[in-house]
Write a protein that binds this ligand. Structure first.
Ligand code: F6P
Length: 546
């Protein structure tokens, strides 16, 4: 497989050398049908990759590359519940979490769907009981505040989705998300909350994560101080795969919502990890969110590669990363409520594909995951777009936009869309030095001044963007968007030959932090630490003593 893959990568590199001089402007000028040929719709949602340098030849080679890496075979293996996470010996079945009743998915000889559906129903009943007031706190008061304590996949997804779908939240219910071990996070969150009306969800796949356990202990102490030990059961629920750790932590397993080891943390939003935002938006909206993802799953399974949006997103990304050599990828949602989407995608993409060895443990021979980052437009325009337009690095970007806003605030939505479209056009077209000089002349500058300023007002252009346009940011669309990126990451990981479903790279820092906690507390000497760490520990300790 590697030899076949590398042979196609070589052909792609040669193709790039031959076509590198062709600008995006020229591609559009040469082909009036370029938009139609390089965009794909899935119902209302449109993926437009015409503003990249991909041509029919490029696409043909990228599809050969995907086939050489058996993207379709591995996709089918994932959906079928095969243990494709080989370093942890696990199936990868976040797709089962959004599969409908009637689906059958077998892991280790057992159909997992009955359990999935039972847990889904249990979470829906719980969410509806909180929303209706059927389930109340220890003093009989309705819950008004839901505090989700978790980190990484047990936080980023629910926090991102709660913001994205805030127009669907029930009035009188507010979600709060605590992740950082920095005590400021839990302190700021709990300040002003009424313990009698607060429901705390402790979300952790492993139920051993330092940050989450520390914050859970702090929240418990806060509640006990106000309402007494006996109130804990009514105000806490656990979300985990680890029943033993939940009970060892002193939490009632009756109030526990379960998921399974075949759901990766960063793929767990579809499980009971989504309970906090299911309480906010209600079970029907949560189901619509799952349905949106399921539509994308079916599309990913069935559409031919040349019309398969997540496969195309993955292949275009490989083109940018491996063939063009661009190391980062920006996600620019022109949708303020997707403000946390780039952070969510950072974990999804960078924790999945930030790998340097292939599935068999040998060193990779091509670059893997790019740095993923972004901010909502138009804010980013007034911050980092300068570098995107005129900096020395090319940063391919996704531009996301909704046709219809939730709120009509004057003509602001038209302004927002115009900006999203204008940026894509500006990145594509650029402005030549001659065009810049001409504009300066027309504005009244004399010739010498026009020529002096023109280089500063030149935009190289030919900078690729892909647009994702949808009707409205509703639960179904959010489900679609996340599933698209999940499968994109899968396609890329498959092409790179890595395991996208483990995350050993986060372990070393965790181990060292546990060793350093007693050192920082002054209980253990700094002997044996490297000079810098020792110096820092001693400096901090000195400041603490003063
Ligand atoms: O440290 C990384 C990680 O394991 C992520 O993969 C995960 O989403 C996060 O920590 C939280 O883990 P848990 O849900 O087990 O607390």
């Amino acid at each position: 497989m590697t030899a076949a893959r590398d042979a196609v990568l070589d052909r792609l590199a040669a193709h790039r050398r031959e076509t590198e001089h062709v600008t995006l402007r020229e591609l559009f000028a040469a082909d009036p049908h370029r938009f139609g040929r390089f965009s794909v719709a899935l119902d209302d949602l449109l993926y437009d990759f015409s503003k990249t340098h991909v041509t029919a030849d490029t696409l043909g080679l990228l599809i050969k590359l995907a086939r050489a890496c058996d993207v379709e075979g591995r996709r089918d293996a994932m959906f079928a519940g095969e243990k494709i996470n080989t370093t942890e010996g696990r199936a990868v079945l976040h797709t089962a979490l959004r599969a409908p009743a009637g689906a059958k998915i077998v892991v280790d000889g057992r159909d997992v769907m009955p359990e999935v559906l039972a847990e889904r129903a249990k979470a829906a009943d719980f969410a509806e009981a909180v929303r209706s007031g059927a389930l109340v706190g220890a003093t009989g008061e309705r819950f008004t505040d839901i505090v989700n304590i978790g980190i990484g996949g047990s936080d980023l997804g629910p926090a991102m989705a709660a913001l994205a779908l805030s127009p669907y939240a029930q009035e009188g219910l507010k979600g709060h998300f605590v992740s950082n071990v920095d005590g400021a996070h839990i302190a700021d969150t709990l300040q002003g909350l009424d313990p009698a009306r607060t429901l705390v969800l402790v979300a952790s796949k492993t139920f051993t994560t330092l940050e989450t356990m520390a914050n859970a202990r702090a929240a418990r102490a806060w509640l006990v101080e106000a309402l007494g030990e006996e109130a804990v059961a009514a105000h806490f629920a656990a979300i985990s795969t680890n029943t033993e750790a939940v009970s060892a932590f002193g939490m009632d397993t009756e109030r526990m919502f379960r998921f399974w080891d075949w759901v990766g943390g960063r793929y767990s939003l579809w499980s009971v990890i989504g309970l906090s935002f299911e309480i906010l938006i209600g079970a029907d909206n949560f189901q619509a969110f799952l349905d949106g993802a399921y539509e994308v799953d079916e599309h990913f399974r069935q559409a031919p590669l040349e019309k398969n949006i997540p496969a195309l997103m993955g292949m275009v990304g490989v083109w940018h990363r491996n063939v063009c050599g661009w190391p980062s990828h920006a996600v620019l949602p022109y949708d303020q409520r997707l403000a946390r989407f780039p952070a969510y995608l950072q974990q999804l993409d960078m924790e999945s594909n930030g790998k340097s060895v292939t599935r068999d443990g040998s060193a990779v021979t091509s670059r893997t995951g790019p740095v993923v980052w972004g901010e909502p437009g138009t804010n980013g325009q007034h911050a980092f777009y300068q570098l995107l337009h005129q900096g020395t690095d090319v940063v391919p970007a996704d531009i996301l936009m909704a046709a219809v806003p939730h709120e009509q605030v004057g003509d602001q939505h038209a302004m927002l869309l115009a900006n999203a479209l204008a940026q894509g056009e500006a990145f594509m077209r650029g402005r030549t030095t001659e065009e810049a000089a001409e504009i300066l002349r027309k504005s009244g500058k004399h010739e010498a001044e026009a020529l002096r300023l023109a280089p500063h007002k030149t935009f190289p252009g030919s900078r690729p963007t892909c647009a994702i346009a949808y009707r409205m940011l509703d639960p179904r669309t959010l489900g679609q968007l996340i599933a698209l990126y999940e499968h994109k990451v899968f396609v890329q990981g498959t092409i790179w030959g890595i395991n996208s479903f483990d995350q050993w790279g986060v372990e070393l820092g965790k181990e060292l932090a546990s060793r350093l906690i007693p050192v920082v507390k002054g209980e253990v000497a700094t002997d044996g630490l490297d000079g810098s760490t020792k110096g820092l520990v001693e400096h901090l300790a000195k400041l603490q003593r003063e």
